[in-house]
Design a protein around this ligand. Structure first.
Ligand code: COA
Ligand code: MG
Length: 289
């Protein structure tokens, strides 16, 4: 899974366009891109949309972003959308693994109610949206069998911190957001789930997006969220392992095997040991998905 496109849940035209965007997943939003008064209607639009797409084979995976636990809206969101069997829930403003366990219980109850096989509804979680959340990153492992990915956001964090901006004059994230990004990456790997990079808000700036996506891939993220269909092809391109990197990974794995699975080998005048082998195996595992 490389690209995750946000689509406001109350925008039928965008929901329609999302299907043709090429995104691996759509994040059908009931949270921040939907005004409070529009939420009841958005739930119904999203439910009907999920039902309409249910039987389509070649469609993106469909996640619903529900409202945060402290809004009191999460249950009403789940009551409506779980009946239409989303592939998963994107859970915002999580403070720690305990919040994911709480959401898991809510989902389990609805799966039982709607005759959905237990555990099929997956969870992606936003883990850096408040100062408090940055101290809760150590305990996501084991918080839910449903947890597939962790991602992060700079906008809500900057609001919580009282910051004037989250980027410097050059357009790069300032320190608090670089910390949040790195912590999300590390926490996701520690929890054994996919690290997914945040959105690039300036959707007309394809060069800036490309730069940021390349940085994310370099550091270990395996996909990135988007807010506009134009961003999807760039993200897909950058997060699709290249034929060259796949061939090189295979060569390395073969060379280890040929050396009787030695601890360390030399190839093209370079030393390769276990971390390199692990990285090559991980790359091939991603290609298979
Ligand atoms: N998903 C699907 N389709 C989208 C889309 C999205 N996220 N964003 C734009 N489109 C569609 C538009 O409907 C438009 O189609 P049309 O001309 O056939 O009607 C086309 O893509 C071009 O859109 P454009 O005019 O360039 O953008 P806009 O000004 O209409 O919308 C945003 C800009 C930012 C409001 C819009 O991209 C958006 O809603 N993004 C998602 C916001 C969100 O979910 N935020 C929460 C997470 S941070
Ligand atoms: Mg938000």
């Amino acid at each position: 899974m490389r690209s995750y496109l946000f689509v406001p849940g109350d925008a039928p035209r965008k929901l329609e366009k999302g299907l043709a965007s090429g995104a691996d997943a759509l994040l059908l939003d009931l949270e921040d891109s939907v005004a409070p008064d529009a939420k009841p209607k958005a739930r119904e639009i999203v439910r009907d949309y999920l039902l309409a797409q249910a039987s389509r084979k070649d469609r993106p995976r469909l996640f619903v972003r529900v409202n945060a636990l402290d809004t009191g809206l999460t249950d009403a969101d789940l009551d409506v959308v779980m009946a239409a069997r989303p592939d998963g829930i994107l859970f915002p403003k999580s403070r720690h693994g305990g919040d994911v366990t709480h959401l898991d219980a809510k989902i389990t109850a609805r799966e039982a109610l709607h005759n959905i096989e237990e555990g099929t509804t997956r969870i992606l979680v936003l883990v850096t949206e408040s100062a408090e959340a940055l101290f809760g990153l150590s305990n996501y492992r084991g918080s839910s069998e449903r947890l597939d990915g962790m991602t992060w956001g700079a906008e809500d964090l900057s609001a919580d911190l009282g910051a004037e901006t989250n980027r410097n004059e050059r357009g790069d994230y300032t320190d608090p957001y670089r910390l949040a990004r790195a912590q999300c990456l590390i926490a996701a790997v520690a929890a054994g789930v996919a690290p997914i990079d945040s959105i690039y808000p300036n959707f007309r700036d394809a060069d800036g997006l490309r730069r940021e996506a390349l940085e994310g891939r370099r550091d270990g993220f395996t996909g990135k969220m988007a807010i506009h269909p134009d961003q999807v092809p760039v993200i897909n391109e950058i997060y699709t392992p290249s034929a060259e990197s796949i061939a090189q990974a295979k060569r390395l794995i073969d060379a280890f095997a040929a050396a009787g699975n030695a601890g360390v080998i030399s190839l093209d005048g370079q030393m390769y040991d276990q971390p390199h082998l692990k990285r090559a195996l991980r790359l091939l595992a991603r290609v298979k998905k």
